[in-house]
Ligand binder design. Structure first.
Ligand SMILES: Nc1ncnc2c1ncn2[C@@H]1O[C@H](COP(=O)(O)OP(=O)(O)OP(=O)(O)O)[C@@H](O)[C@H]1O
Ligand SMILES: [Mg+2]
Length: 366
């Protein structure tokens, strides 16, 4: 092995994983490039007939067998659910392993293992995202964190948790010295992290997100949550103040409500915090996550924010460069720079971000 290869091999080690309520994202570096993969965090059970298994194998569908049932997992679960006109099942709810879904654990395990594969070398480090402690729900994140660790470590990884908001700070706030406020609007929750010089000062989560918007809007207009979700993801924008169709109007109302709710909680937590550093310079705010994708979101968010008086001055407000991938990218940066001294870690992370930018739009492999 040439010294160059050895160097590249060492440089490439380290993986990132974002275990989300709707999607699991995975990132690694391979031959100098950053590779991202995404899988839906879903499964669908079908009864086992004489030919079912053979058929699934023929069409290359990811499935597992448990007793008499077959479970299709990942993206194809949605397709099966549509064909059979049933909802698919989800192993996570509100950002953590679902307490109501008894098959949750084996499903998450299979999805994660099929994405991350074995470690490249002994004790490869993998960082995985965990939500902050929820302010508005009665559970902690310890169980969730340990379950994910228990999936990764037996395969040979050194698995380390990273707060979801902090991962966004790593991936988006390099130029600001890892100082700023990062907010991830996901499917199951909203995660918030206020960081100063890469030290998290305030982190928390709120158990409302895209799923909540779908459910509330669906109840309001008498539609299914899946139908509302499809409209939201494919044709909805927050730019129009006059939403003439019923679903659009309901979505708009619940988007406003969610933004207001999140901002009020951030303000309150900042006011309560005894560790809030006194900074004169306004801090940058990053908005990320799938729920922040509709056109006009940043505008609505900024308008509501400017009406409030925060204990910290907020400067620029911008969207993450890749709202769906900023968490997993941050987890990968954390893995690659793990073990570096604090000041070298920042430098390494900045180099990584520069390279990710050069690569342009990040392709997602399904
Ligand atoms: N174009 C879009 N417009 C509006 N919402 C979208 C769009 N694309 C995805 N979403 C919503 O974003 C959410 C998924 O986002 P994301 O992948 O960030 O969440 P997650 O990480 O799985 O969840 P969490 O962080 O809450 O555990 C879903 O609610 C989905 O409906
Ligand atoms: Mg997320």
């Amino acid at each position: 092995m040439s010294s160059q290869t050895r160097k590249t091999g060492r440089m490439e080690k380290g993986k990132g994983l974002d275990v989300g309520t709707a999607f699991i994202y995975y990132a690694e570096r391979k031959r100098g490039k950053i590779v991202y993969r995404r899988q839906r965090d879903a499964f669908f059970d079908i009864e086992q007939g004489d030919f079912t298994k053979g058929m699934l194998e023929k069409v290359n569908v990811n499935y597992i067998q448990k007793e008499d049932s077959l479970y299709v997992i990942g993206d194809e679960a949605i397709e099966f659910a549509n064909i059979f006109n049933r909802e698919c099942r989800r192993p996570l709810a509100r950002g953590v392993i679902s307490p109501r879904e008894k098959e949750a654990l084996p499903m998450v395990e299979v999805i994660i293992q099929s994405m991350v594969g074995p470690p490249r070398g002994k004790g490869e480090i993998i960082y995985y995202s965990v939500p902050g402690e929820p302010l508005d729900a009665d559970f902690d994140v310890v169980y969730h964190e340990k379950v994910i660790e228990g999936i990764l470590e037996p395969v040979g990884y050194i698995a380390k948790p990273i707060n979801e908001g902090m991962a966004i700070v790593f991936s988006e706030l390099g130029e600001e010295n890892f100082t700023g406020l990062a907010i991830s609007f996901g499917a199951g929750m909203v995660n918030v992290c206020l960081s100063f010089m890469s030290v998290p000062i305030i982190t928390f989560s709120l158990s409302k997100g895209g799923d909540w918007i779908d459910k509330q809007a669906a109840t309001a207009v008498g539609e299914t949550a899946s139908r509302v979700c499809a409209v939201k993801e494919n044709e909805f924008a927050l730019t129009s103040s006059d939403h003439t169709n019923r679903i659009g109007k309901a979505l708009s109302i619940y988007y406003d409500y969610l933004i207001e709710y999140v901002l009020a909680r951030i303000k309150k937590q900042m006011e309560r915090s005894e560790e809030l550093p006194r900074v004169k310079k306004p801090v940058t705010l990053i908005v990320s996550g799938g729920t922040s994708l509709p056109k006009g979101f940043l505008d609505r968010f900024s308008r509501q924010l400017r009406r409030l008086k925060f204990p910290i001055n907020i400067g620029e407000i911008r969207c993450a460069s890749h709202p769906l991938q900023s968490v997993v990218q941050g987890a990968l940066i954390a893995a690659i720079t793990d073990g570096e001294r604090e000041k070298d870690r920042g430098k390494k992370a900045a180099e990584f971000i520069e390279k990710a930018k050069e690569e342009g739009k990040i392709p997602l492999q399904g």
